[in-house]
Design a protein. Structure first.
Length: 480
């Protein structure tokens, strides 16, 4: 036994550890840190108190529970409040959207907070009202920045949630909750404090996963949850991408049933890794970067409830996902937090002839900027833009205008003009670093130049990453 450790049980299928009555956080561990968090770190937020010596026996109660082979899980990432008001936003957006949800448990893939770790108790109590057991891993904003390196960088997180990584089985599925935020110490050049970090698993976790998999049958769906993505379309920076990807991939060599989820980038992305990427599994590995609950870090104008609009920088509304597992198969669906009808795409019309800057006319509405009417002589320079919020390389999209032949739309990495316009016109309510980024889930098609003046139904039909049908529509007005 090392001098310091967190001892935990790996929940077996068909059993469940106790949960805290107020928060529904599972209690499946015991910290062994006889002296507690090092006093000389002078942590801003409370760490672990001294645990004293271990008792002769460390026991973990488990109760039997039925676990159907088909079940749902709520996937949340980056709630990331830095003020009490932003905790209010979580309460209004997430709790309302999850009313009556059919799920067995939920999990959060990091950045539970935005550095203000004193908000954990209130946030956890609000999440507890959902009524589901809730598993968590930390993000780069859940750190104790006073720590010199990774070792003591999760002291507050550990006190509140337990081990910084763990595993549990549910039915025929193994969930690996991993901490890939490798803290590198204080960054004196970072405004407001904070620290440097990179995406990396430590040797301890790699060995842990290796040992768990050695006792996991091949006919098991493996769901990996981490904070920093394996890869992102945004850039190749170490703090945005997993640096020891090859070591991670090697753990699952020969495994056929795997999927992984992350957050961190506040974008929505689908990646499929194969042999060319170093993946040696029996089938390509699907990595899904999830939509942030905080979207653009709770930026933007307030809605009628007083909640920030929070559209993500790739144009996705803020929200969360539902993972549906059925034996060895899985699918996800995106839930936009503010839209009870569950809209899955946004359609815009971008034209050189009716675009206008915010400085030219402050009263010129966004509807006119990015929609109808379109002058007939501008048709050849007008493009329909479909942001399919949870789309990826497997998504297929076509546009149908009236009774005309469908037009295949082309996937193109570019900013969403809608969110560009939102950010440009609401600079006072936007976080300073937020800007529209290239989106990985935009499809475009030019309007036909031969449309006569009139009003047409314009329908965009898509099949999503799992073959599910999606659609959106608008009324296209062509003026003479």
């Amino acid at each position: 036994m090392p001098d310091e450790a967190t001892i935990f049980v790996i929940k077996p299928a068909g059993f469940m550890p106790p949960v805290e009555p107020l928060t529904n956080l599972p209690r499946f561990y015991r910290h062994h840190q006889p002296k507690g968090s090092p006093v000389d770190l002078n942590l801003t937020f409370e760490g672990l108190p001294p645990t004293g010596p271990l008792p002769p026996s460390v026991d973990f109660p488990l109760r039997r529970q039925d676990e159907p082979h088909a079940f749902n899980v709520v996937l949340v990432t980056d709630p990331q409040p830095e003020t009490g008001a932003e905790v209010d936003f979580i309460r209004e957006d997430l709790i309302q959207a999850l009313a009556g949800v059919d799920a067995k448990f939920g999990l959060t893939a990091g950045d539970i907070m935005f550095d203000e770790l004193s908000l954990y108790p209130r946030s956890n109590a609000i999440m507890g009202t959902i009524g589901l057991p809730w598993w968590n891993i930390g993000g780069n904003h859940d750190l104790n920045f006073e720590a010199p390196d990774r070792k003591y960088s999760r002291e507050t997180f550990k006190r509140v949630f337990g081990p910084n990584y763990c595993a549990f089985f549910y039915a025929q599925t193994l969930f690996l909750m991993l901490d890939d935020v490798n803290y590198l110490g204080h960054d004196p050049h970072k405004a407001g404090g904070g620290g440097k970090y990179e995406g990396r698993l430590d040797e301890e976790q790699i060995e842990f996963v290796r040992n768990v998999l050695a006792h996991t049958p091949d006919d098991t769906l493996i769901v990996i949850v981490m904070h920093i993505p394996i890869n992102t379309f945004l850039d190749n920076e170490p703090y945005q991408n997993l640096q020891d990807r090859d070591a991670f991939f090697a753990l699952f060599e020969g495994r056929r049933y795997t999927v992984s989820f992350s957050g961190h980038t506040h974008t929505t992305e689908h990646h499929y890794f194969d042999a060319a990427d170093g993946w040696k599994g029996a089938a390509p590995h699907h990595h899904h970067v999830l939509t942030a609950l905080s979207g653009s870090w709770w930026s933007g104008p307030y809605d009628h409830r007083g909640v920030a609009s929070a559209d993500s920088r790739d144009g996705t509304p803020n929200g969360f996902h539902i993972l549906s597992v059925d034996g060895l198969s899985y699918a996800t669906r995106f839930i936009p937090a503010k839209e009870p009808n569950g809209r899955q795409m946004r359609l815009s019309i971008e034209s050189r002839f009716h675009g206008i800057s915010k400085d030219a006319d402050h009263d010129f509405t966004q509807v006119r900027l990015l929609g109808s009417p379109v002058p007939r002589d501008a048709l050849h320079a007008s493009t329909v833009i479909a942001n399919v919020f949870d789309g990826g390389e497997k998504t297929k999209v076509k546009m149908i205008i009236g009774d005309r032949t469908p037009i295949e739309m082309i996937r193109r990495a570019r900013p969403d003009p809608f969110v560009q316009e939102v950010f440009a016109r609401n600079e006072a309510t936007k976080k300073a670093w937020v800007k529209a980024e290239d989106s990985s889930h935009i499809w475009t098609a030019r309007l036909p130049a031969d449309l006569a003046p009139g009003t047409y139904p314009l329908v965009v039909e898509a099949t999503g990453e799992y073959g599910q049908p999606l659609s959106g529509r608008l009324a296209l007005e062509v003026t003479g």
